[in-house]
Design a protein around this ligand. Structure first.
Ligand code: FMN
Length: 209
């Protein structure tokens, strides 16, 4: 049985295309795999705080030596990593804001990516903590970034691939609703994205039950 973690970072709620895309994907995943539960973390409703000095101090202090303030500070990181650990499949909804990911999603990443906790350096080579998890990115944007003149300005997807890969989340598939602000794309963008979800070949997962 598979557990899905759904991360939301659009502020638009029911009008959000990244949420629509992620929801359609989760429906599809539920028909392909035996899904036990979907845990949704809406970063716009339960955001992780921007990193402050106390957070950094808590990251580099052993648990037994942490002050009460540091224990509170590290609890966000522990929660975000626990949610990831418990999931077999992670679906991240990503609206493009100003050519990048929303700051709420970056704040989440800053609590997840921690030296000695979710990655280590062995012989100068980074090694991620996570293994055997699938990640799906559900990206929505006003422009078209998968191809054409804006392709070189796609900072979000390459960044997410790199930083998630850094902590061992290397199996990443991207679906996009793109061109929502372009008349020639906006009427077909949603259907095209849904088709790509339906036509994708979902692999069997290891230890599938
Ligand atoms: C604050 C803000 C900034 C945006 N910046 C960009 C951008 O840089 N490039 C782009 O293609 N679309 C941009 N958009 C359009 C969104 O990416 C588009 O509306 C997308 O559907 C948002 O995802 P959502 O519907 O899940 O909220 C921006 C929208 C907002 C609200």
């Amino acid at each position: 049985m598979k557990k899905i973690l759904h991360i939301i970072s659009s502020v638009k709620g029911k009008d959000s295309f990244s949420i629509k895309l992620a929801d359609a994907l989760i429906d599809k995943l539920s028909s392909v795999y035996r899904v036990e539960n979907v845990h949704t973390h809406d970063l716009t409703k339960s955001p992780f705080p921007h990193l402050e000095e106390t957070h950094l101090g808590s990251f580099y202090t052993p648990d037994e030596a942490r002050t009460a303030e540091q224990k509170e500070a590290v609890s966000h990181s522990e929660q975000s990593v626990k949610e990831l650990m418990e999931a077999d499949i992670i679906v991240i909804g990503v609206p493009i804001y100003n050519f990048n990911i929303p700051s709420t999603l970056k704040a989440w990443i800053d609590h997840v990516v921690r030296a000695g906790f979710t990655f280590s350096y062995k012989d100068g080579v980074p090694k991620g903590l996570f293994t055997d998890k699938k990640v799906f990115l559900a990206i929505s944007s006003g422009g078209v970034f998968s191809d054409g003149p804006l392709k070189n300005y796609d900072f979000a997807e390459p960044y997410l691939r790199y930083i998630l890969g850094f902590i061992g989340l290397t199996d990443i598939t991207t679906f996009r609703i793109e061109g929502m602000m372009m008349p020639e794309f906006k009427d077909i963008a949603v259907q095209k994205a849904i088709d790509s979800i339906n036509n994708y070949e979902y692999e069997a997962m290891t230890a599938q039950v």
